[in-house]
Design a protein around this ligand. Structure first.
Ligand code: FES
Length: 84
C-alpha cells in the first residue's frame, strides 16, 4: 500500500483512490472549516462541483480532493487558515 503525507502524517491509500477517498477511508470526514461559523467541511458532492473539499496538494492551494488521484509521496495540507 502506498502513502501520502497529510499534515505531516503518513496516510495509506489504495491505487486509484482520490485524496478525498483516502482521507475518508482513514476516518477523516472533515478537513477544513467555513470562514463564517467555522463549520466543518469535507466531501459533499464528490464530483468536483461544490468545492467543499479544498486543500493544498504539493504546495498548490485550492485543490479539490475529490478530483485529484492520490500519488505516492504527495504532500497534502488541510486548510486550517480559511478564516484568514
Ligand atoms: S466534494 Fe464537491 S468539489 Fe469535492
Amino acid at each position: 500500500m502506498s502513502e501520502i503525507t497529510v499534515d505531516g502524517e503518513p496516510l495509506p491509500f489504495v491505487e486509484g483512490q482520490t485524496v478525498a477517498a483516502a482521507l475518508v477511508a482513514a476516518g477523516r470526514v472533515a478537513w477544513r472549516s467555513t470562514r463564517v461559523g467555522h463549520r466543518p467541511r469535507g466531501v459533499l458532492c464528490g464530483i468536483g462541483v461544490c468545492f467543499d473539499c479544498l486543500l493544498t496538494i504539493d504546495g498548490t492551494g485550492g485543490q479539490r480532493a475529490c478530483l485529484v488521484p492520490a500519488r505516492p509521496g504527495m504532500t497534502v495540507t488541510t486548510r486550517e487558515d480559511d478564516d484568514e
